[in-house]
Design a protein around this ligand. Structure first.
Ligand SMILES: Cc1ncc(C[n+]2csc(CCOP(=O)(O)OP(=O)(O)O)c2C)c(N)n1
Length: 386
């Protein structure tokens, strides 16, 4: 039976857990909602990335002696490996903590991989192996678990006895579904949607402008918009994984493609995940960096980011972007994009958007490998593009 997320948190609290940090994941959406509702006596911190969440957990243990929990999508294990292996491991500071890892690309009991998107395939297959390599004892929580409480108890007992991290690998639908989107972020009043914002930018882009689009719904929206507008996907690179790295992928393209203009569509959660990217990107004069700021992790359920309310334009200015704009409407965004494209020194545009997306949004029909070849071929063709 799927377990209700609030019951799960109550159980964690009964076991002495008072601190949970993490980065949202769609499989852990209900957990995010229960944490945001705040029923259990647990302090909750949304971290900017999974490594930072492990850091906060280490600090909590140092200050209180208690066992903290850290939640993440399995894609986030890569971000977490460094503080786990070089700080929390028993060979170093021996910090007990419970990792809650959403298992995208999960393997069924017979070893067959459950259908998921390409960016989850390898990560799904290696998740348990990665935990084994880190010597992190783990168990699986699925919707058919007979006694989730006993599993958690066993893991926490092990973490305390051995003074080391343990993990619960969470299958899809392990937590009982609640009503509507999870995470506690309230939809903003109808303002600019992320999709409208992307479309406003597309109206301003000359054919053949290179775009790089961040992880999640933004990439799917861009793809759908190209289809709806009868435009090709040739010059669009979709960053389906590697959350937070779209701007540096765009930077590498801008530097490698003879300084052709590259427009990067970024998310605020993604930009925050690797915020140190900003000053480096600011120095690339051919990069127009658009952050679609909805104060939320909309793509995985609308949970707030680590810094809701933060306006990134001021940061971008301090990081050295030559031109910075904040816009709230499609018209202002289209103008700001034309303005940025008209000058040769790049720029940063923060588009303040509402949360939410169409429910009938499709997925790109081109597989990443084929899309990469199409993109590279288009870039090699000097006859096209500004
Ligand atoms: C390293 C990593 N952690 C977590 C995720 C899960 N994830 C995918 S999209 C997303 C939210 C992105 O938020 P934001 O950049 O603000 O864009 P929005 O969804 O709001 O458009 C998250 C957390 C991931 N793919 N990779």
């Amino acid at each position: 039976m799927p377990i209700a997320a609030d019951r799960f948190l109550e159980h964690l609290a009964q076991c002495g857990v008072r601190f949970v940090a993490g980065v949202p994941d769609s499989l852990l959406r209900e957990l995010g909602r229960a944490l945001a509702e705040g029923g259990a006596p647990i302090r909750h911190v949304v971290a900017c990335n999974e490594g930072a969440a492990v850091g906060a957990a280490i600090g909590h243990h140092l200050a209180t002696g208690r066992v903290p929990a850290v939640y993440m999508q399995n894609s986030g294990l890569g971000n977490a490996v460094n503080p786990l292996a070089s700080m929390a491991a028993p060979d170093v500071y021996a910090i007990p903590m419970l990792l809650l890892v959403g298992w995208r690309g999960e393997l069924a009991a017979d070893g067959a991989q459950v259908e998921d998107e390409p960016q989850h395939a390898l990560q799904g297959r290696i998740t348990r192996g990665q935990l084994d390599l880190l010597s992190i004892r783990h168990e699986i929580l699925g919707p058919d678990a007979h006694d989730a409480r006993a599993i958690v108890q066993r893991l926490l007992d092990h973490a305390v006895a051995r003074q080391e991290p343990v993990a619960l690998v969470v299958r899809r639908r392990a937590f009982a579904a609640g009503p509507g989107p999870g995470g506690g972020a309230r939809p903003l009043p109808p303002t600019l949607t992320r999709e409208d914002a992307i479309e406003a930018c597309l109206r301003a882009l000359p054919a053949g402008t290179i775009t790089v689009t961040t992880t999640g719904m933004a990439a799917r929206e861009l793809y759908a918009l190209r289809d709806a507008r009868g435009e090709s996907h040739d010059f669009d690179f979709l960053v389906v994984g590697a959350m937070g790295h779209a701007s540096h992928i765009a930077l590498g393209i801008a530097l490698g493609a003879r300084d052709r203009v590259v427009v990067c569509f970024d998310g605020d959660g993604a930009a925050l995940m690797h915020l140190g990217a900003l000053p480096t990107c600011a120095r690339a004069h051919a990069l127009v960096h658009v952050v679609l700021n909805n104060d939320a992790h909309d793509s995985v359920g609308g949970q707030p980011t680590s810094a809701p309310g933060l306006r990134l334009a001021g940061l971008a200015r301090a990081c050295g972007y030559a031109r910075v704009a904040t816009v709230r409407t499609a018209e202002a965004l289209e103008r700001a994009m034309r303005d940025a494209l008209g000058r040769a020194d790049g720029g940063f545009i923060e588009a303040l958007c509402g949360v939410g997306h169409r429910t009938d949004l499709g997925r790109p029909s081109t597989l990443p490998r084929a899309a990469k070849e199409q993109f590279m071929r288009a870039l090699r063709n000097p006859a096209r593009g500004p």
